[in-house]
Design a protein around this ligand. Structure first.
Ligand code: URA
Length: 197
């Protein structure tokens, strides 16, 4: 059994979530994929849901889409340990179907607590499901990307999901434009932090 973690920490919340039975995905998942990376990072990336490989390994974005995500981070001079990565829902939907509204609603319990503990300076939403769920907008991804949104006071950018980019490489140049916006915002957030330190 894992050692108990300090109350109010991301590690303690992750231990609590490991036994979650708030929706029926607990019947089919192998394990809860809570999130990974640096809990003190400025940048939080939020994807859709764990896939087969993530369900097996217990970490988000470890399959083919994850390899592309790593490449996107490298292009920003970032590594996994410089960011925190998680999903809108924490358990794999059978056959990788889209998360259902009741699953999204049940899992919001964990997502809201993660956000309260992580307090990122910038959020990047990867793909339609994350964008629609967090921004509560029933819009096309193409209409949500390319501008800044506000998620509970945190500047939030929407971009393509890496799995979509694997299928549609022609949109990689648009994704690159989004990443440049992200870098600009992260740089100004860290400059402001240095100024007040
Ligand atoms: N796709 C996601 O949205 N999340 C993962 O963790 C893996 C693939």
């Amino acid at each position: 059994m894992a050692a108990p973690q300090p109350a109010g920490s991301i590690a303690a919340l992750s231990q609590e979530a490991a036994d979650c039975r708030l929706c029926s995905l607990c019947e089919t998942r192998r394990q809860v994929v809570f999130g990974s990376g640096n809990p003190h990072a400025d940048l939080l990336l939020i994807g859709e849901a764990p896939g087969q490989e993530e369900d097996r390994q217990g970490e988000p974005f470890v399959g083919r889409a994850g390899q592309l995500l790593d490449g996107m981070l490298r292009a920003l001079q970032l590594q996994r340990d410089d960011v925190y990565i998680m999903n809108t829902i924490k358990c794999r939907p059978p056959n990788n179907r889209d998360p259902q509204p009741d699953e999204l609603e049940a899992c919001h319990h964990w997502l809201a607590q993660q956000l309260a503990l992580l307090q990122p300076k910038v959020i990047c939403l990867l793909g339609r499901v994350a964008a629609r769920t967090l921004l509560q907008q029933d819009a096309r991804l193409a209409d949500l990307r390319g501008c800044w949104h506000d998620y509970h006071g945190i500047p939030t950018l929407v971009t393509y999901h890496p799995a979509y980019l694997l299928r549609t490489p022609r949109d990689k140049s648009r994704s690159w434009q989004d990443l440049q916006m992200l870098v600009g915002r992260l740089n100004s957030a860290s400059a402001a932090a240095q100024h007040t330190a």
